[in-house]
Design a protein around this ligand. Structure first.
Ligand SMILES: [Fe+2]
Length: 463
């Protein structure tokens, strides 16, 4: 069922790409020359070899700069062909699956050609008036073409991100809006900013053509800066990755301490993410809640909790009181990382507050409890019910739902309970989690789950 939808998407994208390419061909400029055209493809293929993984099942490179520059100089038809050929070559070289190659070639060709068609329809000139080799480029014409360049870039990114998000949504079972939010929203300005590189590449090529009669010479001057830009983003990526590894270390440490909660933090984080998405929260909030849920019990790493966590029987009232300090201790530990101050830290601190004010540590009630804490409490309880305990087997979905209903308005936020109960996605996540071996969940790489938005100069890739 899912595969056929993906096939339809691929067929749709390829059809649109061909139609857009055919329309572009109607107004195509003469062939720019083997060296001129080939140099763009060559550099784009090289840039595609240095792609980096993205947050959700995708990767990206800055090869789009060359595709856009080619389109600016030679028009949509040649730009689209350069994009299609270079993506096809690069991905064949990387032995990407044929269907993915077909999709990625199609979406890149469509993005470039449709963006140029929009540029021309709105009155953009070819070649653009801002290029040095263009004669009669008055200031007003230059201003129009510069402004329309950003329309061109916006259309390019809109088509690219929509197509890739659809593909990821279909193959991952996530909602389109969620995928689009995580991979695109909030970083769209980086995309537009990065596209200026394409204008610079086109300008340098044009200048070189004018001065030396051979544009590709100019590309030597832009390869250096492009490699530097790629390197900077590579460093940024490494920094993000080390932050994610630190989180994993923290989670592993707490789970080593507490033998009965192996995989617990990861599952609570996954449940919390699903609830947050179900509530329609922004991608930023979803991510913050996910991180808070992952770290909610990290304070249990303190030595004083070790004997309590290992104790088989019931805790005494003193031991219970001591155990209840874990949420504050978790918040203190989380607060060591400055970017977790505020929402994440407070969500961790209050994850045992109850809707009726009978929880701890502060006895907050209702909506004065941070939203993240209200979500984590429900996720925490659901995970406790849906995993085997030393004293009982895991409970079925019906019993879990009945229990949530029973505690709605006393322990839990009623609105969140309603959202959970009516959520198909949530039922699926619980069922999958129940089926998955705990140790497998612990070792599941979390990098994509907890990463911060990467400047999406890398996003415009493929899935
Ligand atoms: Fe806790």
């Amino acid at each position: 069922m899912r595969a056929s939808k993906v096939d339809l998407l691929i067929a749709g994208v390829l059809t649109l790409a061909l139609a857009s390419l055919w329309l572009s061909w109607q107004t195509a400029s003469p062939f720019p020359g083997y060296w001129e055209f080939g140099s763009f493809i060559l550099i784009a293929v090289i840039l595609d070899q240095t792609s980096l993984p993205l947050r959700l099942s995708a990767s990206g490179s800055i090869s789009f700069v060359m595709h856009m520059a080619c389109a600016i100089l030679f028009g949509g038809y040649w730009g689209g062909l350069a994009a299609g050929i270079s993506v096809g070559l690069a991905q064949t070289w990387e032995r990407v699956a044929t269907r993915k190659i077909a999709f990625n070639v199609g979406q890149r060709v469509l993005s470039v050609t449709a963006a140029v068609l929009m540029y021309r329809t709105l009155g953009g000139h070819f070649p653009p008036a801002y290029l040095p080799s263009t004669e009669g480029g008055t200031l007003s014409l230059i201003q129009v073409d510069l402004a329309l360049f950003f329309v061109f870039a916006a259309v390019y990114f809109a088509i690219n991100s929509t197509a890739v998000s659809f593909a990821i949504a279909l193959t991952s079972g996530r909602r389109f809006r969620e995928v689009w939010s995580l991979n695109t929203r909030g970083v769209i300005w980086y995309d537009l900013g990065a596209s200026i590189l394409a204008m610079i590449v086109a300008w340098v090529f044009s200048k070189s053509q004018q001065s030396w009669g051979f544009g590709p010479y100019g590309l030597f001057f832009v390869i250096g800066p492009l490699i530097v830009v790629r390197h900077i983003y590579g460093l940024y990526h490494q920094l993000q990755h080390s932050g994610q590894e630190l989180l994993q270390v923290m989670v592993k440490a707490i789970e080593a301490r507490d033998p009965y909660t192996s995989g617990h933090s990861v599952r609570v984080s996954e449940f919390s993410r699903t609830i947050a998405v179900e509530l329609g929260l922004s991608a930023k909030d979803v991510e913050a809640i996910e991180t808070a849920a992952l770290l909610h019990d990290v304070g249990k790493i303190h030595e004083e909790f070790a004997p309590l966590l290992r104790k088989e029987g019931r805790l005494t009232s003193e031991e219970t009181a001591l155990m209840q300090t874990h949420s504050t201790k978790s918040a203190d530990l989380v607060g060591i990382i400055s970017k977790f101050h505020g929402f994440i830290q407070e969500s961790v601190r209050h994850h045992h507050e109850r809707w009726d004010g009978q929880g701890y540590p502060a006895g907050l009630a209702g909506k004065s409890i941070p939203l993240g804490s209200r979500i984590i409490l429900i996720s925490d309880t659901i995970d406790a019910m849906t995993t085997d305990r030393p004293y009982r087997k895991r409970l079925g979905l019906d019993i879990v739902i009945a229990e949530l209903q029973k505690c709605k308005g006393t322990q839990f936020d009623p609105e969140i309970v309603d959202a959970v109960i009516s959520s198909v996605a949530f039922r699926r996540v619980i069922t999958e989690a129940a089926r998955t071996d705990d140790s497998a969940l612990v070792s599941e790489p979390r990098s994509k789950r907890v990463s911060r938005p990467m400047a999406s100069i890398w996003r415009v890739g493929r899935f």
